[in-house]
Design a protein around this ligand. Structure first.
Ligand code: CIR
Length: 262
């Protein structure tokens, strides 16, 4: 049985720009260092390749400081890319900038036509469901207009709430397998994952929740040993990756690739 939600043949990434120093962030803890970011990103791409993905790496786009976070302007389901409408003003143009690469690399491309907004970071997919968290970046109008596109691709859409003050739904959650998620205790308690098994991040390790399952591996950020132990105890094989530069601009593991199969 194949699992389109975590078994991938391909991934699409974009190199971090030097302008990533201007990336959006909720709290300023200093700018990321572009060279250190590039090294972190290169290790991430190697990990995707080691996990079995053919990775296409797009050039940096200096016009968009946050464009390394390629997951936000698009959603890929069954080889079809949906061009989204990112909710931050400085990121809105990323969708059009990414579109040609989606046309080149995906089986099909459709556009979310909406006056609202949807960020890919608010979307967690299982094999047949799309869980979408409303947030400061994802609006009810965007969700309503996304619904027919998702349903046409054979998925059901479930509109939920991203916790207040949290950037994205997947800042606090990630899929581990077809029926299991890793989530912060706060998001787990919200009932968003009804019917699924939830492994909670360990105390003080909320940021570990932005992980990704890629084929046989769970990519987990470095620095969260107690959550790593929980995953190991549950039978998952983790690849630990440094995300300290991405974290300075509120990014993590899920946002730096679009993962898909053709
Ligand atoms: C932003 O605020 O949009 C970027 N600095 C971080 C985006 C992270 N993306 C994600 O969690 N999907």
């Amino acid at each position: 049985m194949t699992h389109p939600s975590f078994q991938f043949t391909h991934a699409l990434c974009r190199l971090p720009s030097k302008s990533v120093t201007d990336g959006l962030r909720a709290q300023d803890q200093g700018d990321p260092d572009p060279l250190a970011f590039a090294a972190e990103h290169a290790a991430y791409i190697s990990a995707l390749r080691d996990a079995g993905c053919a990775v296409t790496v797009l050039p940096a786009d200096e016009n968009f400081p946050d464009s390394v976070f390629i997951e936000d302007p698009a959603l890929v389901l069954n080889g079809t890319a949906i061009v989204l409408r990112p909710g931050a003003e400085t990121r809105l143009g990323e969708a059009a900038a990414l579109r040609p690469a989606l046309v080149e690399n995906m089986n099909n491309v459709v556009d979310l036509q909406t006056a609202g907004y949807v960020d890919g970071g608010d979307i967690l997919c299982t094999d047949d469901r799309v869980l979408l968290g409303l947030s400061a970046r994802t609006s009810e109008q965007g969700a309503a207009d996304l619904r027919p596109l998702v349903e046409a691709l054979g998925y059901t859409l479930h509109v939920l709430q991203t916790p207040p003050d949290i950037l994205h739904f997947k800042t606090e959650s990630s899929l581990l397998d077809e029926s299991t998620v890793l989530a912060t205790p706060a998001l787990a308690a919200s009932g968003a994952f009804y019917g699924m098994t939830v492994i909670e991040t360990a105390a003080g390790e909320d940021a570990a929740a932005n992980a990704i399952r890629v084929n046989d591996f769970v990519f987990l950020s470095a620095g969260y040993p107690n959550t790593a132990k929980r995953l190991e105890d549950a039978g998952y094989t983790s690849k630990i990756l440094n995300t300290s530069q991405a974290a300075l601009v509120d990014g993590g593991l899920s946002c730096m690739s679009l993962r898909y199969s053709l």
